[in-house]
Design a protein around this ligand. Structure first.
Ligand code: NAP
Length: 318
């Protein structure tokens, strides 16, 4: 029997129940994946709280990695024994899952399943920011709002490696050191001098703001982005901002956004994952910790996520 994590109603972490389940054979176009590592992402918290509605009962989670043990009719790209991962298919909180083959990416020999489930979704979201929303070049100055979080910690290190000057902003004081390690400058979101300090670093304003925080810091983003610059609104961990789009448009500031599955799709998936694995091999993310949670400790993982006390990139291990 497999185990799944199911929610029958939205609510606090206690709504996540561990249930035994018979998974069955894969249908046409599906593979059955024995999942050795499952990604935990901010969106999973939104699903649990009912802010990202799903038909209930639901199995949350969108990301996992493991080994294919059966394939359904019409699947030719994968065979039993292949190692694979996915970053956007519903129902990932399970020890075994039926996954559309079209959602899977093959894993290179040197990328282990835990690494894959830890960095695939967050890393491809970082890639979306650095390549699709604003093509970051050496010499650009980037402000990363939420540099202490999962996506932001990968994005800021990657942006720095591309030659950008990175101003990383943490939400919590105890995460400032880690942000400093992955950026050129580090600031606290609640610092009343944050805008003044950023204007000192980049007198004409920053070329791009990668925004993962949203409401709590949007005024800062609007204040420090240069005329003609870009605000890439990737996430809104503190709530949706209400930007004064007319004022920004008058300054030629573009707001760009979207979801990772919209930007990383079709042939772009292989390009983006290839660049992500290359960044991983180059050691860009080596200083980041992994926060491993046993499968049965999913409620604790969500409680840590809610309380913003997660240190490191979270992953669920069956
Ligand atoms: N567009 C997409 O496809 C896509 C993909 C992935 C993620 N996202 C979104 O991106 C956001 C970040 O994801 P993540 O995985 O990096 O989440 P995360 O690990 O929970 O990080 C959240 C970040 O926001 C900061 N933060 C949260 N509330 C804050 C507040 N009130 N004031 C200041 N800072 C605050 C946190 O600071 P501290 O931890 O230092 O307190 C942390 O740096 C989420 O909203 C997520 O839903 C979007």
């Amino acid at each position: 029997m497999a185990k799944i994590i199911q929610m029958r109603s939205p609510g606090d972490p206690s709504v996540l129940e561990i249930v035994q389940a018979e998974i069955g054979a894969p249908g046409p176009g599906q593979v059955r994946l024995v999942q050795d590592a499952i990604g935990i992402n901010a969106v999973d918290g939104l699903v649990r709280k009912g802010l990202y509605p799903m038909a209930l009962p639901a199995v949350p989670g969108f990301e996992a990695a493991g080994v294919v043990d059966a394939v359904g009719q019409g699947v030719t790209a994968f065979a039993p024994g292949d190692r694979a991962a996915y970053f956007f298919a519903q129902g990932a909180y399970a020890t075994v899952a039926l996954v559309p083959a079209s959602a899977l990416v093959p894993l290179p020999d040197d990328v282990d399943v835990t690494t894959a489930a830890t960095i695939l979704a967050k890393g491809l979201t970082a890639w979306m920011g650095l390549r699709a929303l604003y093509d970051l070049n050496a010499g650009d100055t980037a402000l990363v709002l939420g540099a202490s979080g999962g996506v932001g910690s990968l994005l800021s290190r990657w942006a720095k490696a591309l030659g950008g000057a990175v101003i990383g902003v943490a939400g919590s004081l105890d995460k400032l050191d880690k942000v400093q390690a992955g950026a050129t400058h580090a600031l606290l979101a609640s610092d009343p001098q944050a805008a003044a300090r950023i204007h000192e670093i980049a007198p004409a304003g920053v070329d791009v703001v990668y925004d993962l925080i949203g409401q709590a810091t949007f005024n800062l983003a609007a204040d420090v982005v240069r005329d003609g610059g870009v605000i890439a609104t990737i996430g809104a961990a503190s709530g949706q901002p209400k930007p004064s789009t007319q004022a920004l448009a008058r300054r030629g500031v573009q707001i760009r956004g979207g979801g990772t599955p919209q930007h990383v799709r079709g042939p772009t998936v292989a390009v983006a994952t290839g660049e992500l694995w290359a960044a991983h091999r180059a050691g860009l993310f080596d200083d980041l910790e992994t926060a491993r949670y046993p499968f049965d400790a999913i409620a604790r993982a969500h409680a840590d996520m809610d309380a913003r006390r997660m240190i490191g990139l979270p992953v669920l291990i069956p």
